[in-house]
Design a protein around this ligand. Structure first.
Ligand SMILES: [Fe+2]
Ligand SMILES: [Fe+2]
Length: 348
């Protein structure tokens, strides 16, 4: 059952969003043809209107609606990213209509955060363009964000770190699948770079070194169950994971995925230096920090390879340059929103 924090003045809309989300998530364990034949056309329109109501409220700044929107999108994305244990609604036309409403609203919210003039300023020469992208990232408030450089590094407790790793699972916990999804249809240097990055994710063939296995060691250290993980994810953590899945699963958004995942790799080493520092400061078990230690080095190599072999060749085209920058800005802005939310002053 979905849980949201309900403020008094938003109680009615939160309750309505909750009941819409509950109704739809209950269908996700039903065969697609059953879902599609169960409703009359007016009932169907009503459900789509209810989803649009959630989207409108989220766009207006309603935090409960944002949570409902991203929670529902995450639950539907599990149909496309997890091997099911039984019947599910993957393939349902109605679920597809719902997911498109959620995706369109989510994408529009990210695009509203981008200054269109900024994209017009992008240099056309690929190397200058790459320098420009890095400059945008360095000048963004997410770069050297105090959440990592002050809070995690100097004051986070064991319980804070425990919560931190849960929220990080939406991207780090499935980076291999994101790469696998985004590589379909690529060729040449880009495909080879994604393949080599993916093979690193697979521990270069050593089961014990598979990155998701290493990441999951932290969950063992902190005794975090699947159930607790699912209940604990915040709206902006869900948003970050959903944006990654959205960009990687659509061929039309491949180039945005190049920007989004490239920026994720590029920002990781400096962030993980702070996490390792906190881990050592707290004297936590060494087995839990292998993933972060490894990525301080490997993600700087991944980012370099990615920029050289995936970004530069794509940056020959104006269409691609715009899309890569769009993906990068989605990553910078959504990561900033997530880190702002995680700052202890914001949570208090
Ligand atoms: Fe990795
Ligand atoms: Fe990586």
């Amino acid at each position: 059952m979905l849980e949201v924090s309900i403020s008094k003045d938003q109680a009615a809309s939160a309750a309505s969003a909750l009941s819409t989300v509950d109704k739809i998530t209950n269908w996700l364990g039903t065969a697609p043809e059953k879902v599609d034949s169960a409703l009359s056309s007016s009932e169907r329109d009503r459900v789509l209107e209810d989803v649009s109501d959630i989207n409108r409220a989220a766009a207006a700044g309603d935090v409960d609606a944002l949570y409902a929107q991203q929670y529902l999108l995450d639950r539907i994305y599990q149909l496309y990213t997890k091997i099911p244990q039984g019947v599910n609604a993957e393939g349902s036309v109605l679920v597809y209509e719902i997911v498109r409403l959620l995706e369109t609203a989510t994408a529009e919210a990210q695009d509203r955060l981008i200054d269109p003039e900024l994209l017009d300023e992008a240099p056309t020469e690929p190397r200058k363009y790459l320098t420009w992208l890095k400059k945008i990232a360095r000048e963004h408030r997410v770069y050297k964000h105090p959440y990592y450089h002050e809070f995690i590094r100097n004051t986070a407790t064991e319980s804070d770190l425990r919560n931190y790793v849960m929220q990080e699972s939406v991207v780090d916990g499935r980076f291999d699948d994101l790469l696998a999804l985004m590589q379909v249809g690529t060729a040449g240097d880009a495909k080879m770079e994604i393949a080599s990055n993916f093979w690193d994710e697979m521990g270069n063939g050593d089961h014990a070194q598979v990155h998701t296995t290493l990441f999951n060691k932290i969950f063992e250290v902190f005794e975090i169950s699947e159930d607790e993980l699912e209940r604990s994810l915040t709206a902006t953590a869900l948003l970050n994971g959903n944006l990654a899945v959205m960009l990687c699963r659509y061929r039309t958004l491949y180039t945005e995925a190049v920007g989004f995942l490239g920026m994720t790799e590029w920002m990781a080493p400096d962030r993980f230096v702070q996490v390792v520092h906190a881990w050592e400061r707290l004297g936590l078990p060494e087995v839990g920090i292998t993933y972060h230690r490894l990525h301080i080095t490997i993600d700087s190599q991944h980012a370099q390879g990615w920029f050289h072999n995936v970004v530069l060749p794509a940056a020959e085209s104006a269409y691609m340059r715009r899309a890569i920058a769009r993906g990068i800005l989605w990553r910078l802005n959504s990561s900033a929103a997530y880190l702002d939310e995680r700052m202890p002053s914001a949570a208090a």
